[in-house]
Design a protein around this ligand. Structure first.
Ligand SMILES: O=P(O)(O)OC[C@H]1O[C@@H](O)[C@H](O)[C@@H](O)[C@@H]1O
Length: 560
């Protein structure tokens, strides 16, 4: 595929940015076009039987507060066409090996293919083959129901009520985020811990208050070779054997979520207690796989299934909707518009939802591990900026910390605001929910309309020297996502997949491989070498003076 910047739609957009983009004034665009909201808002309705309220939940994506005209959208769609976004999308859903640096299909959509459409990789039906998607789901259903009901017992016959998921990256962030987001649906008698960091504090704190008789460990690792996870898992195993005086039955207390059966059995977990998946599931897309077992255990399999079904609804929309109506494609194209034509470097995602407090952290891996790449498909460096820095925190908290920069800083920060119309906790007669909503609406409005010097002066009593400090430039773009109900499993699934395919669209336009992650390797290799050096005499070898100096200082201060 040709580099994006050589496409004619790209030059066309550059000219369009010069002539139109740079001069759009959003508040004027709204004044002159009363239909702007309708024109740029898109909606998906989830099937009633999976929606949180029992009616089909609408999810509205209001793109109207973005720096676009109808012509911009047409030109962005043209860019997507020229960049082959639809072709690449279809190749992904056809199981082609679009992860071309690892020779792998990118098929996480099969994991949530709840309508059981035929999906094949290398001619093999991944849904119905032995050990395939449906078999693993069935294993997850049976196991999660047994644990939740107490039928699956620990070695002394007690119900397992503490779940410790040991995993990192995609084997941690998805399960953490989703179990937090769906806490309302979680088993009240279950305590969850997620141990990811190699910092011994993480595992020590999780074990400190856990009872080996009632604890279930999920060792979650696609490769089962990740240093942090195998080390934490071994520490957990030693703790378990020590606390149980060697009487603890690993088979009852440890299960593995992995693709690597031989490493799993080497660790001491029976293959029967392994929940598998395939190499075509990338780590950051693995919450839909066996890696989501903690979710199924916590919220129950029916809810896990709804989570998959909501995701599937967004998959189907992405596959079927024409680009101009295609919600994730529009999201991705807007990101390209801001990154490549306005020079934006960031993407803020602020959920107005406390349950979604780990959503931005989850999206950081999804977006930045996928599109933090320089090299394009022909091996040459991109001549344009690629993956933005995604960041965020829940609101209203973020408003009281870093929103200063979003409103008055020198940077353009395209922002997404997410709100559910219904709260799971409508306390104080919904006062909190109304205040939350008022902030969600006010922030997007304030970012757009800003405040001129004249408006500041008109407020009266403002010393002239303070006027410039109180001016808000405005015209700062936001996308407002409104879930027309509560955020339940299906709504959450659909929201995640919106961002997955947004990320896909960006990467497809930028002509990069969004599905590998070579950039995490170098640090791992160097850490292995340095770990050895910590136990050897001296301050290592072949290091620069900073690394060598710090290594020496660490050893001397730490007494190593
Ligand atoms: O699940 P594994 O194999 O232990 O890998 C965990 C994480 O390891 C990281 O190194 C990768 O960058 C992530 O993509 C991955 O999710």
């Amino acid at each position: 595929m040709a580099p994006a910047s050589s496409l004619s739609a790209w030059s066309d957009l550059q000219a369009h940015h010069e002539s139109v983009g740079r001069t759009i004034v959003l508040k004027d665009a709204f004044k002159s076009d009363p239909k702007r909201f309708d024109k740029f808002t898109r909606k998906i309705t989830l099937p009633a039987d999976i929606s949180s309220g029992g009616n089909g939940t609408d999810i509205i994506f209001d793109f109207s507060k973005n720096l676009i005209t109808e012509e911009t959208l047409e030109k962005l769609v043209k860019l997507a066409e020229e960049a082959g976004v639809e072709k690449k999308r279809d190749a992904m859903f056809a199981g082609e090996k679009i992860n071309f640096t690892e020779g792998r299909a990118v098929y996480h959509a099969a994991l949530r293919n709840v309508t059981n459409q035929p999906m094949k990789v290398d001619g093999v039906d991944v849904m119905n083959t032995k050990g395939g998607v449906n078999d693993v789901l069935e294993h997850m259903r049976v196991f999660s129901e047994q644990v939740r009901s107490g039928e699956w017992k620990g070695y002394t016959g007690k119900k397992l009520t503490t779940i410790i998921n040991v995993g990192i990256g995609g084997s941690d962030l998805g399960p953490v985020m989703v179990t937090e987001a769906l806490k309302h649906y979680g088993a009240k008698d279950m305590t969850l811990h997620f141990v990811s960091n190699i910092d011994g504090t993480h595992v020590a704190e999780a074990l400190a208050n856990s009872d080996p008789e009632t604890t279930l460990f999920l060792i979650a690792s696609k490769t089962f070779t990740t240093a942090e996870t195998t080390t934490n898992a071994n520490t957990a195993k030693s703790w378990f054997l020590e606390k149980t005086g060697g009487k603890g039955d690993i088979a009852k207390h440890f299960v593995a979520l992995s693709t690597n059966e031989s490493e799993v059995t080497k660790f001491g977990i029976d293959a029967a207690n392994m929940f598998g998946f395939e190499s075509w599931v990338g780590g950051r897309y693995s919450v839909w796989s066996a890696i989501g077992l903690s979710v199924a255990l916590y919220v129950g399999f029916d809810n896990f299934h709804k989570f998959l079904a909501g995701a599937h609804a967004m998959d189907q929309h992405f596959q079927q909707a024409p680009l101009k109506e295609n919600i994730p494609a529009i999201g991705g194209l807007l990101s390209v518009w801001y990154s490549n034509f306005y020079g934006a470097q960031t993407h803020l995602v602020a959920p107005f939802d406390q349950y979604l407090h780990r959503f931005p952290a989850y999206l950081q891996q999804l977006s930045m591990e996928s599109n933090g790449k320089t090299i394009t498909s022909d091996g040459s460096p991109a001549k344009y900026t690629t993956g933005p820095i995604l960041f965020g925190e829940p609101c209203t908290n973020a408003q009281h910390s870093f929103f200063q920069l979003v409103h008055q800083g020198t940077k353009l920060i395209p922002s997404d605001f997410i709100l559910a119309a219904k709260s799971h906790n409508p306390v104080s007669d919904n006062l909190h929910q109304k205040m939350l909503a008022s902030n969600y609406l006010a922030q997007a409005e304030a970012l757009m309309v800003g405040k001129t010097a004249e408006e500041v002066r008109a407020e009266g009593n403002v010393p002239e020297e303070l006027v410039p400090h109180k001016v808000f430039m405005g015209n700062r773009p936001t996308t407002s996502i409104l879930v027309g109900g509560a955020i339940g499993p299906a709504e959450l699934g659909a929201l995640i997949v919106y961002y997955e395919h947004l990320t896909f669209t960006e990467g497809a336009v930028w002509d990069i491989n969004s599905f590998d992650q070579w950039g995490v390797e170098l640090g791992k290799v160097l850490a292995k070498k340095i770990l050895k050096e910590i136990d050897e005499e001296g301050a290592g070898s072949g290091h620069d003076s900073s690394t060598g100096g710090l290594l020496g200082a660490f050893k001397s201060y730490g007494g190593f």
